[in-house]
Design a binder for this molecule. Sequence first.
Ligand code: HEM
Length: 151
Amino acid sequence: MKRAAGCALNRLSIDIMFDIPLHKLIIHFPIALAIVAFFYDGWAVYSKRPEMHDTGYGLTLWAAVTALFAIVTGLQIAGLGGISKGAITGHALLGMFTTATLVALGMWRYSSRSRQEGPDENYMIVWLIMGGLAAVLVVATAIAGHRLMFG
Ligand code: HEM
């Protein structure tokens, strides 16, 4: 009885929003935001236009927040048991590494900006490397997720 109620609640929480599964809806945000953030920061360094880092920073923060939601919704559907746990592990680990990289980068930049004195963020190249790593990881996560569904 209790179990049936739990299952009904689970179904409700993923079928909410006009029957669109939440994981599928959310994942597009970290994928797009992380890639575009890396593009902006890369372009800012290449074209020596530091003001473009403001956009890269904002996009990175939103990518981190939405990646956290992707983890929550991913764990939710993983718990429903449609796909074997073994198959999900690789995709889930990649998703967690992606999120950890984005959150670490976002927090590092946030903390550096809160101490900033001049008009421009003192942009570090290691942030570009982390942004590139996050972009590569999010693409790998998406490919692994897609393979889960279509083999
Ligand atoms: C940044 C994090 C993540 C991203 C970008 C991501 C991305 C994706 C993508 C692109 C798909 C395929 C969707 C499709 O082709 O329609 C997918 C499916 C899936 N993901 Fe994730 N994912 C993330 C994190 C996670 C985590 C942490 C888990 C948890 C265990 C998870 C579990 C799943 C499962 C079970 C599926 C199969 C979907 C289904 O049966 O409807 N994901 N994910």
